[in-house]
Design a protein around this ligand. Structure first.
Ligand code: 1CP
Length: 339
């Protein structure tokens, strides 16, 4: 049972597909009652280091929705924690870093990551690949800019002000920071691929905060180094609010460019240019609309996706926690039926 001929990997490779493949960012966790039950009494980062939990949580949405790919249950800050950065995921807040990184001395805390730092990742991925059979597993990591934002701000941020102040004000320190993060990120992806992940997604969730010129100068070379190091599997590259960056994110070395809900796929495709597949982009809030509206928007998204050489259906960002799982199930059925 090989994943090679799955609709998901075919779409990533821009080959003809039997149906448009679909998976959802943040499908593991969030909306599922069976997830909340399993997580009771477990801290998020402890759960991420417990292979039995990681395996079960990753499989839950595959069973319930029949999606075409599983996304590995972990978090973008897991590799940072694994090399000793003092951080936690605070419920209702997100990742919080005890001592933000702002100086050359602080950078010394960002050493390289080795497979021995994350044995639970190798074990979890191996378990999952065995359980998933012909369904591909997507590994993932946070891109250097988005990881830098958490490290420099000390937690979630709206404006990324301290991050941008460091980037514009101390470009050499910034380059060193992003270089170290790229080294950690590519090692974290490599562990997942070596254990059997079929594809990877590099999340640059917050890079839409930058204009294209600055993206190219301060971020793209580092993301490109990560993506070049994992060219043996399809690479998906995604961020939010990246309408102005879609072309440059593709040029960073992605095979599939993720598009948020702000840009219709038919407009995203010419911006991205030839030789790439696209992923997206149903507005994640649409699942709260009446069923006929959901059906119409799914149809529109499939139609617009035909402009691309390959289309992986997804939401324009992650599943919202209040989502009714039955609505996502319906979306999967509609996408698979091509209706
Ligand atoms: O206690 C809990 O239940 C914690 C909630 C939670 C979960 C389920 C967090 C905290 N992370 C995760 C898992 C997770 N994170 C996954 C695997 C599950 C899946 O995709 O189905 C993935 C891919 C991520 C990736 C992630 N973490 C991103 C990139 C994706 C995106 O949505 O943009 C980002 C930005 C994070 C940081 C993070 N971790 C958790 C939260 C609440 C946040 C966002 C906080 C913020 O707004 O900055």
């Amino acid at each position: 049972m090989s994943t090679h001929d799955s609709a998901f990997l075919k779409a990533c490779r821009r080959e003809p597909v039997p149906h448009t493949p679909v998976w959802f960012m943040r499908q593991a966790g969030r909306a599922l009652p069976e997830y909340r039950k399993l997580r009771e009494g477990n801290q998020m980062l402890d759960a991420c280091a417990t292979p039995d939990l990681v395996t079960e949580i990753t499989l839950q949405p595959v069973r319930r929705y029949g999606v075409d790919a599983a996304i590995f249950f972990s978090d973008i800050v897991v590799p940072l924690k694994a090399i000793g950065v003092d951080l936690d995921i605070v419920p209702g807040v997100g990742p919080v870093v005890a001592q933000p990184i702002r100086s050359a001395q602080d950078l010394e805390r960002l050493r390289a990551l080795t497979p021995e730092d994350v044995p639970y990742i190798t074990e979890s991925v191996r378990n999952l690949v065995g359980e998933l059979g012909s369904t591909p597993l997507i590994g993932f990591a946070g891109a250097p800019f988005t990881l830098a934002s958490y490290l420099v701000e000390g937690g979630p941020s709206k404006n990324h002000a301290a991050t941008k102040a460091l980037m514009y004000g101390q470009p050499e320190l910034w380059a060193d920071l992003l270089d170290r993060l790229a080294t950690i990120t590519l090692a974290f992806l490599r562990v997942q691929i070596d254990a059997g992940a079929s594809a990877v997604q590099l999340f640059d969730s917050w890079v839409g905060a930058l204009p294209a010129k600055d993206y190219r100068a301060y971020v793209q070379p580092h993301s490109a180094r990560v993506l070049a190091a994992v060219s043996d599997v399809p690479r998906i590259h995604f961020g939010v609010g990246t309408g102005e960056l879609l072309h440059d994110m593709g040029q960073a070395g992605a095979d599939v460019v993720g598009v948020d809900w702000r840009v219709p796929l038919s407009e995203a495709v010419p911006r991205i240019g030839p030789g790439k597949a696209v992923q997206g982009n149903l507005d994640p809030t649409l699942v709260f609309a009446p069923d006929d509206v959901i059906a119409r928007k799914v149809r529109e998204t499939l139609e617009e996706g035909k402009a691309a050489e390959g289309h992986v259906f997804n939401l324009g960002h992650g599943v919202l926690p209040e989502t009714d799982p039955d609505k996502l199930l319906r979306v999967v059925e509609l996408v698979h039926a091509g209706l």
